[in-house]
Design a protein around this ligand. Structure first.
Ligand SMILES: [Cu+2]
Length: 400
């Protein structure tokens, strides 16, 4: 960007929504010709925020390892900030809204802040990738476009790319729901019982037809599914009925995950699949997303209680990212969650989609999921944590 702009001092600001969940006013000023203004569905992202990525028990960095930071951060707040802001931010053209860069700089800053303390399960690399000391995770190059590439190892630490952040604190509290704008709004602390999930009510069970257990691919079998799950402004639970044989398979997969050790890398043999997803016209402008839970018990009120059952989130942004020719498939690894549940008395599996809204959100049908499926995938070897070298002390060499 410095090369393109011809400004060697160019730097990008970040928007710390954990301090103020309102989009900075420079971006919402509709003055004629303000290049930072865009039509957006919402300007306050409070309901997209979550402290779970900063829980002390998250040890690993990359997805497909257990207790991993990256998928947690993507699940919330990364994707829901796209979804709640809405407009072009819910699409793969989101970089055409200037707020995209402030969002992504903050995601980068939060990632670096999380990674800084030593002893985390982050694959290590020196500045230049070396086959003897670097973890293979960092081998190769990111390819952004033809002729536009960057060595993966350079993205290990901001100092490798000659930038840094003045504030490297991870969030420890949610902000005021209606934080003061710089013009001087009155501070209003959101009462704790007005959080969208504070009622603890389990979403009502929808009346969905069940799909049969069947082979899906050579290494993949469906244990059952719920068909044609239509999502609107209400939260809903889809029940997947399982036969005795399928329940046994599920328990075996959970036992394998349980015995393979929490911090090590769990074979993700059970996957909850949202297949044949269609984003309906009414859903395309965002303003909402859904928390996706597995076997959410009635009465789990606190965010901490519910976290045990949270598979991730789904909204217009993730669907657009996964779309090919109009329909999308999104998968949630579930072995780790199942390993933590008592399955001895479980009769069926339930997948709950809890709707979360911004101040402006659409009513009516927004998303159709053709099939909510429970798949068992064979041959997924557990990721071996021995390839993870803990970050050495003082790896940060710039602005730290
Ligand atoms: Cu993004």
């Amino acid at each position: 960007m410095r090369t393109i702009s011809g400004n060697s001092a160019l730097s990008l600001p970040y928007w710390d929504y954990y301090t103020n969940p309102n989009i900075p006013s420079e971006f919402t000023d509709q003055a004629t010709g303000n290049p930072l203004y865009q039509a957006r569905t919402n300007t306050n992202v409070y309901n997209a925020l979550d402290l779970a990525p900063f829980n002390s028990d998250l040890y690993n960095f990359q997805r497909n390892t257990s207790n991993a930071f990256e998928p947690q951060l993507e699940g919330k707040p990364h994707n829901p900030v796209h979804d709640i802001i809405g407009g072009v931010m819910t699409t793969m053209r989101s970089p055409t809204d200037p707020i995209f860069y402030l969002h992504h700089c903050n995601i980068d800053r939060l990632t670096h802040a999380w990674a800084l303390p030593d002893g985390k399960g982050i694959p290590y690399t020196a500045f230049l990738y070396s086959s003897s000391t670097s973890n293979p995770y960092w081998a190769g190059r990111h390819v952004y476009a033809s002729g536009l590439t960057m060595a993966r190892s350079l993205t290990y630490d901001p100092s490798y790319l000659n930038y840094g952040y003045a504030n490297l604190d991870v969030p420890t509290a949610l902000p005021l729901a209606a934080a003061p704008r710089r013009e001087g709004f009155i501070k209003v602390q959101m009462p704790s019982n007005s959080h969208p999930e504070a009622s603890g009510a389990a979403p009502q069970e929808g009346n969905f037809e069940n799909g049969p257990a069947r082979p899906i691919a050579s290494n993949r079998r469906s244990l059952g599914s719920a068909l044609n799950v239509d999502l609107d402004e209400r939260s809903v639970t889809a029940r997947v009925k399982l036969s005795a044989a399928e329940k046994r398979d599920l328990r075996n997969a959970a036992d394998t995950a349980r015995t393979s050790g929490a911090a090590k890398g769990v074979p993700q043999m059970v996957v909850i699949v949202f297949d044949k997803i269609n984003l309906r016209e009414k859903g395309k402008d965002g303003g909402y997303f859904y928390n996706v839970y597995l076997n959410l018990p009635v009465g789990a009120r606190s965010a901490q209680e519910r976290q045990r059952f949270l598979l991730g989130t789904v909204g217009a942004f993730a669907i657009d990212a996964a779309s090919h020719h109009g329909t999308a498939t999104i998968e949630f690894p579930a072995s780790e969650k199942l390993a933590d549940m008592d399955l001895s008395t479980a009769s069926d599996l339930s997948v709950s989609l809890v709707r979360i809204n911004g101040a402006n959100s659409p009513k009516g049908k927004v998303i159709k999921i053709g099939e909510v499926r429970v798949d068992i995938v064979a041959g997924d070897a557990p990721l071996n944590s021995s390839v993870v070298t803990p970050k050495p002390p003082k790896a940060c060499s710039y602005n730290c």
